[in-house]
Write a protein that binds this ligand. Structure first.
Ligand SMILES: *Cc1c(COP(=O)(O)O)cnc(C)c1O
Length: 388
């Protein structure tokens, strides 16, 4: 047998610190603030709707584009929240989570000699999706400067070349908790228009913004609707990360290309969950508002605990995550810090530098998740106070 078995294009992505830290967290009985999923359930009405759907026999292949009821609900949500009109028949495609929407978009739209620009730190699935399509990625950094994370727009401009096909934007941003500013969005849109690039936007945290901020989809900027694929998912909005119901919206030609790729990877998925997510989008806005305000309180709870423990904390404007500077505690490297933490005090966190090609701008940081019950956050804080 050929060794190693894994293809060259996937070999760069095998060693992950996530697995290492998850194992450390388990073996030490740590409070795990590394993992970005909630420890409470989604809206009861949505959960019952899924149970009923299974009982009522919604268990066979749904239509290739997704249940019409769900596509209509996605369209209605985007119209109500952003004033964007999509034809549910041709401009909305239901996918197996946002992850499949991203990988199918790359498979459908990126030629093997083309490049995709990522903003780093990036969600770990992006470079792998580009590589599976045979493309190459270039990355441009967010930098922690003057108390927040800022996009280096000059670096973004410089990363675009003749073979660039697309830019990926994730706002609100995992792992930094940053919401891109109007100026940053305008710069990204301008670079896309000037260079005739596609934009692929990962908006899975579109409802989880804090302090009165509102989400602005890149597709709403001038000249962007025709070149943007907007991706979202039920997982983060309704606390069902295991359901893997996502979607991609955009111009019919692009969505139909993504559907061509998706058709032969999974075809369809999650039949009984689709009507449940439609129900959630249509009826569970009050629950979602509670989730958002609850997460904002949890962010404040963890942020103040981290500050008491001696960290400098960067502001989290959205998502489930907050990043803390480990240098005031005598560490210079976030990865070293995150590897030591479970054994030292029984808390697990993730170093965002592992989500970068160039770890330097993120070297001093650790990412903590606050999508956990208050008593879990409090226990973590109590243990973190032992560091002082
Ligand atoms: C969780 C997450 C995803 C994955 O979404 P699924 O719907 O579970 O596939 C994608 N992007 C970001 C930034 C995430 O945090």
């Amino acid at each position: 047998m050929r060794t190693p078995a894994l293809t060259r294009r996937l070999r760069p992505f095998t060693s992950t610190i996530f697995a290492e830290i998850t194992e450390l967290a388990r073996s030490t009985g740590s409070v795990n603030l590394g993992q970005g999923f909630p420890d409470t359930d989604g809206p009861p009405g949505m959960l019952r709707r899924a149970e009923h759907a299974i009982g009522e026999g919604v268990n066979q292949y749904p239509p290739g584009a997704g249940e019409p009821e769900l596509r209509a609900a996605i369209g209605a949500q985007r119209r109500a929240d952003y004033g964007i009109e999509h034809d549910p028949g041709s401009e909305i495609l239901v996918t197996v989570g946002a992850t499949e929407a991203i990988s199918a978009s790359m498979l459908a739209l990126v030629e093997p000699d083309e490049e995709v620009v990522l903003i780093e730190p990036y969600y770990d699935a992006y470079p792998v999706a580009v590589a599976m399509a045979g493309g190459a990625h270039r990355s441009v950094p967010l930098r922690a400067e003057r108390g927040r994370f800022r996009l280096d727009t000059a670096a973004l401009r410089a990363a675009v070349g003749p073979r660039t096909r697309a830019v990926v934007l994730n706002s609100p941003h995992n792992p930094t908790g940053t919401v891109f500013t109007a100026d940053e969005l305008a710069a990204i849109a301008e670079i896309c228009r000037e260079n005739d690039l596609l934009a692929i936007t990962d908006e899975v945290y579109e409802h989880l913004l804090f302090d009165g901020r509102a989400h602005t989809p890149l597709a709403t900027l001038p000249g962007m609707a025709e070149r943007t694929l907007s991706i979202s998912s039920a997982g983060k909005s309704f606390s069902v990360t295991g359901w893997k119901i996502g979607w991609v919206c955009g111009p019919a030609e692009l969505v139909s290309a993504v559907r061509a790729a998706k058709q032969f990877t999974t075809f369809v998925g999650g039949a009984p969950f689709q009507p449940a997510v439609a129900h959630a989008l249509n009826e569970e806005r009050p629950w979602l508002e509670e989730l958002r305000s609850g997460l904002q309180r949890k962010r404040d709870r963890l942020t103040s605990g981290l500050r008491r423990a001696g960290f400098d904390v960067l502001p989290s404007e959205g998502t489930y995550f907050v990043c803390a500077d480990v240098r005031p505690l005598g560490y210079s490297d976030g990865a070293e810090f995150c590897r030591a933490l479970p054994e030292r005090i029984g808390v697990a966190a993730i170093p965002p530098q592992v989500l970068c090609d160039d770890p330097e701008p993120m070297r001093h940081l650790a990412r903590f998740a606050f999508c956990k019950r208050d008593e879990v956050i409090d226990e973590a804080v109590e243990r973190l106070l032992e560091l002082g």
